[in-house]
Design a protein around this ligand. Structure first.
Ligand SMILES: Cc1cc2nc3c(=O)[nH]c(=O)nc-3n(C[C@H](O)[C@H](O)[C@H](O)COP(=O)(O)OP(=O)(O)OC[C@H]3O[C@@H](n4cnc5c(N)ncnc54)[C@H](O)[C@@H]3O)c2cc1C
Length: 412
């Protein structure tokens, strides 16, 4: 058995996978994650709209972190005193407990439904690769349904949540359904994509000017915006607004927000808005470190790091480089990072945002978005495949093949 410190990392997303990769073989690393891949979430909207192949935006953890012992499974319980976790393996493989000298918590966030009736049962979340595939399938199945029914719901898709991910999804879906309808379904099929939010502007994290630019671009993409409207409930036929308004739709996507992984509440450690409180070196206690969406990590300028991939990756690099030194008792500088900016991709050849505090929009912003996020994909092989998908998308009409999962199969 190795005498290196044993580091147990839970969560193989941007934070956890980056720490594991960066630690290399300096310590003995076990990386436990529900999925056996790192998902490039900024590209999820393009998978939902069928422009990217789902396999191209995921990178297997075994490939990414060759020095780590990778365990695919669901962490069911965490014992912070014993520095151990209980994991349920895939395919009923059974449970096993893993222990280490230090635990790194990087379990990410989960969708938040704010207790709104019917969201869990009738809306599709927008967080995982299966969510993206489910959205694409449902929207396509509804379009196919127009051949046998005049039900107006079939052509209507609602995205709830006009933050970055909801706005990106609405724009990408709108491009997709309009192109698909025009190419394959005839002029009688007129799709509608409706973006709903309780806040009265889109992408509210951006300045008012950029938010207005984003709204103009969404309108150009034929996205209808219902802003300043709170959702009261979701049902099988659409949703009802708090003001009594009703939107009948075949598909409701819930992109209205996330909250820290609920497992965090079971750890018995201090939290701030559900995120683990860490010091400037991501330390929660003597044996627990945390980063990413589950952790309130000081950003070095007096604020708490926002829950973004940009920060999770930077934190992952910091912890991967410094954890071995911290474990040796060395003093290392605190984590410090200032955002490079924000970019929201809004359909074909459009984006808005700020880069190094300079506002950008339109084609240059879209080009920057694609270049930045392509370079963030940690596999050359997958970068090449994504670039190829994007090229084919310019040349060919949208791919409307409906690829059902076993539960979606039409009955014989
Ligand atoms: C659609 C979408 C678009 C986004 N776009 C952007 C963007 O453009 N720019 C940006 O900066 N950020 C973006 N984000 C936010 C970004 O994805 C997150 O901030 C980032 O992923 C956080 O990294 P993390 O490591 O904390 O969590 P994650 O990357 O979510 O990783 C958490 C990991 O933990 C695993 N896990 C969870 N529970 C368990 C369990 N019980 N057992 C085992 N494993 C578990 C998960 O499977 C996952 O692998 C987007 C998010 C979404 C959903």
């Amino acid at each position: 058995m190795s005498d290196k410190p044993r580091v147990l990392i839970v969560g193989g997303g941007y934070g956890g996978a980056t720490v594991a990769r960066r630690l290399g073989d300096a310590v003995d690393v076990t990386l436990i994650s529900h999925d056996n891949f790192l998902l490039s979430t900024p590209m999820l909207a393009e998978v939902a709209a069928g422009y990217l192949d789902p396999r191209h935006i995921v990178t297997p953890l075994r490939d990414l972190c060759p020095h780590a012992t990778v365990i695919q499974g669901r962490v069911d319980a965490v014992d912070v005193d014993a520095v151990s976790v209980t994991v349920e393996g895939p395919f009923g493989a059974g449970n096993r407990t893993f222990s280490g000298d230090v635990l790194v918590v990087a379990l990410g966030a989960v969708p938040a439904d704010f207790g709104i009736e019917g969201v869990a049962e009738h809306a599709i979340d927008f967080k995982t690769i299966s969510d993206a595939l489910a959205i694409r399938n449902q929207v396509l199945a509804a379009l196919e349904g127009t051949a046998v029914s005049d039900d107006p719901r079939l052509t209507r898709t609602v995205v709830v949540g006009a933050g970055y991910s909801g706005a990106e999804l609405a724009a990408a879906l709108s491009d997709f359904v309009h192109e698909a309808a025009e190419t394959y379904f005839g002029s009688s099929v007129v799709p509608e994509v409706i973006l709903v939010d309780a806040v009265d502007r889109v992408t509210p994290a951006l300045s008012e000017r950029l938010s207005a630019a984003a709204a103009a671009q969404l309108a150009e993409r034929r996205v209808e915006m219902r802003l300043g409207k709170k959702v009261a409930s979701v049902d099988a036929g659409g949703l009802t607004l708090e003001d009594g308004g009703r939107i009948d739709a075949s598909t409701v996507v819930w992109a209205a927000g996330v909250r820290p992984n609920p497992l965090i509440e079971t750890l018995g450690l201090p939290t701030e808005r559900g995120r683990l409180v860490t010091d400037g070196r991501m330390k929660v206690s003597d044996t627990v470190f945390a980063l990413g969406d589950v952790a309130a990590v000081p950003d070095g300028s007096g604020a708490v790091s926002p829950p973004t991939a940009q920060f999770a990756v930077r934190q992952g690099r910091y912890l991967g480089d410094n954890l071995p030194k911290i474990l040796m008792g060395e003093t290392v500088p605190r984590f410090r990072y200032r955002t490079l900016g924000e970019l929201v991709s809004l359909g074909h050849h459009n984006a808005v945002g700020r880069v190094l505090r300079v506002p950008v929009s339109g084609l240059p912003a879209w080009f920057l978005w694609r270049t930045y996020y392509l370079l963030q994909v940690p596999s050359l092989f997958r970068r090449a495949r994504i670039a190829f998908d994007w090229t084919l998308d310019v040349i060919f009409p949208p791919d409307i093949a409906w690829i059902p999962t076993s539960s979606e199969r039409l009955r014989p």
